[in-house]
Design a protein around this ligand. Structure first.
Ligand code: FPP
Length: 244
């Protein structure tokens, strides 16, 4: 296919403002090539850059990326430290470029259990990029939906909010995603059809898109395909269709 055809994406009638991505399949990608699992995670980081560029190109405003879950601590120690080191590397080497491109980096999840230097580096990056407005990239690192809800409930109780004053809005305002709209679309790569503790509260009315493509291979065209599928979905938010 010529570059011209490859770069042509018909405009879509509707775009999700916020896309959540479960970046799954790095391990399988590496195994298929006879490489160690960390090589798959490295390829996953490279793809992350491609998808951030694609999100800006297509006009998505917010992406939330599931990079390390509260359950991922159960993986072998060397994979856990390998993933921490990868994040350190991204924060050291890639942030200047992301900042220049107008990306606002945020973090969701429990920072407290992360090594002090990583926590400090995340906080510095969030502070540095906080006024950027081209794309919000929310990195879910040591994130679990249940853990987030538990922390929110604890904060609400600690503030002494009376039971009858607790509403959807109060809970949402105490989550790590406070102030952001809920995801419209959640993409999961590599074929598994579950949420795996990702954005449990926020996903209430998200459209779900699963592809068998492994994360390192999920490029711009595959991302466009997910956006196209979203544009064709009918969202009812629990109500009836106009035609019903
Ligand atoms: C799932 O693949 C992926 C993860 C648990 C980590 C996702 C991480 C990245 C894309 C790179 C790290 C990102 C940053 C910002 C440091 P898997 O290992 O579960 O794959 P498998 O199911 O094929 O084994």
């Amino acid at each position: 296919m010529s570059d011209d055809v490859m770069n042509h994406y018909p405009p879509l009638p509707r775009l999700p403002a916020h896309v959540g991505i479960i970046m799954d399949g790095n391990g399988r990608w590496a195994k298929q090539r006879g490489l160690p699992r960390m090589a798959g995670h490295r390829a996953g980081v490279e793809n992350l850059q491609r998808i951030l560029d694609a999100a800006m190109k297509f006009g998505v405003q917010i992406v939330t990326l599931y990079a390390f879950s509260t359950e991922n601590w159960r993986r072998p120690h060397e994979e856990v430290t390998g993933l921490f080191n990868l994040l350190r590397e991204v924060l050291d080497k890639e942030v200047a470029q992301l900042h220049q491109n107008g990306v606002q980096l945020r973090h969701i999840g429990d920072l407290e259990a992360l090594p002090d230097d990583l926590k400090a580096s995340i906080l510095r990056t969030v502070e540095l990029t906080r006024h950027n407005d081209r794309l919000i990239a929310n990195i879910a690192f040591n994130y679990g939906g249940r853990d987030e809800i538990v922390r929110a409930v604890r904060a609400i109780v600690a503030e002494g909010v009376p039971a009858e004053a607790i509403t959807d809005e109060v809970i949402a305002a105490h989550l790590d995603t406070a102030g952001l709209p809920d995801p419209d679309l959640i993409i999961r790569t590599s074929g598994e059809m579950r949420l795996s503790n990702f954005l449990l509260w926020q996903a209430a009315y998200a459209e779900f898109y699963v592809t068998s493509i492994l994360w390192p291979d999920f490029g711009e065209e595959a991302f466009y395909e997910a956006l196209r599928a979203f544009a064709n979905r009918k969202r009812r938010f629990g109500a009836l269709d106009d035609s019903s």
